[in-house]
Ligand binder design. Structure first.
Ligand SMILES: NC(=O)C1=CN([C@@H]2O[C@H](COP(=O)(O)OP(=O)(O)OC[C@H]3O[C@@H](n4cnc5c(N)ncnc54)[C@H](O)[C@@H]3O)[C@@H](O)[C@H]2O)C=CC1
Ligand SMILES: C[C@H](O)[C@@H]1OC(=O)[C@H](O)[C@@H]1O
Length: 255
């Protein structure tokens, strides 16, 4: 297999499970040393590092709540201290506590914004500052969502954060282009992870979501690894400010 990230250092937030973990392992498979951020799942984070090391790459797990701006600078510093540089940053950590709009609790709204959007802003800023100081460019990928483009009745607090990530990558692509730093987003469709485990326990909803996917199935975390590795790699050397739907065709499927 051609290793697309040979010698690179890749940082991924929220990577003890789900899409982030798949992205971290995918980067290691392609020759990268990988630092992961995690919030509480120490066992998952340690297992992810073991998988990275079993692939012959260096791994590092750094605990921190991305909603705290200091987590961003601490994560980037720890990775830089351990591996000497930051080449690729994947902003993945996120939450989606489903809730109706009319009685949305203030704390639920604010927590979702702080984790998904504010946390991303500080993380991307910290990674970009390190890349600028290094002077040899880099790649930043935000895990946005199909929900940046469409709505959800119980996601009125969530979809704006995903749209915000999509827009953040467009603006940072402009701000960072002069430094050779590319910024892009992936827009996953419905992917089977912990974030929607409870929601998709409703078999009728799960069947309804799967039925609108032309490829005939809901996604798995590993379906995101390739697109993220692509955007991180030199194969995408002229791609910035772009967004890549990874949804099995769900978005375009009206009838
Ligand atoms: N699963 C899906 O259908 C889709 C997921 N996404 C996005 O993918 C990203 C990853 O989510 P999934 O892997 O699906 O779910 P997940 O729940 O398995 O992963 C989310 C990760 O973020 C971490 N996290 C949550 N809050 C954190 C915080 N404050 N600080 C640090 N880490 C924190 C969690 O511990 C977990 O490891 C999220 O940004 C989500 O919005 C986007 C589109 C579809
Ligand atoms: C949590 C949702 O099931 C998941 O996250 C998103 O961004 C999309 O709305 C997916 O359906």
């Amino acid at each position: 297999m051609t290793r697309l990230l040979e010698g690179k250092t890749v940082l991924v937030t929220g990577a003890s499970a789900g899409i982030g973990r798949a992205a971290a392992i995918g980067a290691a498979r392609h020759g990268a040393d990988v630092a992961i951020n995690f919030s509480r799942d120490t066992a998952g984070a340690e297992a992810a590092v073991k998988e990275i090391e079993a692939l012959g790459q260096r791994g590092l797990a750094v605990q921190g709540d991305v909603s705290d701006p200091e987590t961003a600078t601490a994560f980037v510093k720890a990775a830089t201290d351990a591996f000497g540089k930051v080449d690729v940053f994947v902003n993945n950590a996120g939450i989606c506590p489903f809730h109706a709009f009319l009685d949305m609790p203030v704390e639920t709204f604010e927590r979702t914004m702080r984790v998904n959007l504010h946390g991303a802003y500080f993380m991307v800023q910290a990674a970009a500052n390190q890349m600028v100081n290094q002077g040899h460019g880099g790649a930043i990928i935000a895990v946005s969502s199909i929900s940046a483009l469409v709505g959800g009745e119980y996601q009125t607090h969530y979809t704006p954060t995903k749209a915000g990530l999509h827009s953040l990558m467009q603006s940072t692509a402009i701000a960072l282009g002069r430094h050779g730093i590319r910024c892009n987003s992936v827009l996953p469709g419905t992917i089977l992870t912990d974030i929607n485990k409870d929601d998709l326990a409703d078999q009728e909803k799960r069947d309804r979501m799967a039925a609108r996917v032309p490829l005939g199935r809901l996604g798995e975390p590993d379906d995101l690894a390739g697109p993220i590795v692509f955007l991180a790699s030199d194969l995408a050397k002229y791609v910035t400010g772009a967004s890549l739907l990874v949804d099995g065709g769900a978005y375009v499927n009206l009838q």
